[in-house]
Design a protein around this ligand. Structure first.
Ligand code: ADP
Length: 183
């Protein structure tokens, strides 16, 4: 298949639903025979960015690495879905500048909800001081200024959020319009 690649950049607080929504989009697009790769923040930190911490400098290096890899893949026709907290606007803009085909998605859930979900138990650790510099607690999250999509993951189902993103990819011509969804 000879399709145009794109980087779909999911940004949002820990526990907002980036990984969950990324995996739904991946499943749908794979079912439609697209080449898809998910670059998930947690996995990236285990492999590509092992040893990096959570200072602004290390976060920026981490995000830059993923932006670079996303560009390598997307320019070769892959639909790349990056699920990264990526809390700083400046670095997200930098990634947009190097990725010609770039769709920014804000996975937006209130901090209270993310904290109540506490999928990985990290908010509890941040509140107790065991983890320092945790986004949303004692490190900032800069809300995206001009995202192509906002998923209200506290109000929508995972399917609704995934459909919103795929709908935008269809509108922008990265994905052909499908009559039937698999999800
Ligand atoms: P993140 O990757 O942003 O840290 P995760 O996807 O790992 O977040 O966790 C989000 C959690 O919220 C999951 O347990 C998921 O099942 C749940 N969840 C509930 N509703 C939604 C929704 N509408 N969108 C995404 N996740 C949701």
């Amino acid at each position: 298949m000879n399709n145009k690649g794109v980087t779909v950049w999911l940004t949002g607080l820990s526990g907002a639903g980036k990984t969950t929504i990324a995996r739904r989009i991946e499943a749908e697009l794979k079912a439609r025979n697209y080449q898809v790769e998910v670059l998930d923040g947690d996995l990236i930190r285990t492999w590509l960015s092992q040893g990096l911490g959570f200072s602004k400098k290390d976060r920026d290096i981490n995000v830059r690495r993923v932006g670079f890899v996303a560009n390598l893949l997307s320019r070769n026709g892959v639909v790349v879905i990056a699920a990264m907290i990526s809390p700083y606007q400046e670095i997200r803009d930098e990634i947009r500048a190097i990725n010609k085909d770039f769709v920014e998605v804000h996975v937006n859930a209130p901090l209270e909800l993310c904290e109540a979900r506490d999928v990985k138990g990290l908010y509890a650790k941040a509140r107790s001081g065991e983890i320092k510099g945790f986004t949303g607690i004692d490190d900032p999250y800069e809300v995206p200024l001009h995202p192509e999509v906002v998923c209200e993951s506290g109000e929508e189902t995972v399917e609704e959020s995934a459909k919103k993103v795929i709908g935008t990819l269809e509108e922008l011509g990265y994905v052909r319009v499908a009559v039937e969804y698999q999800i």
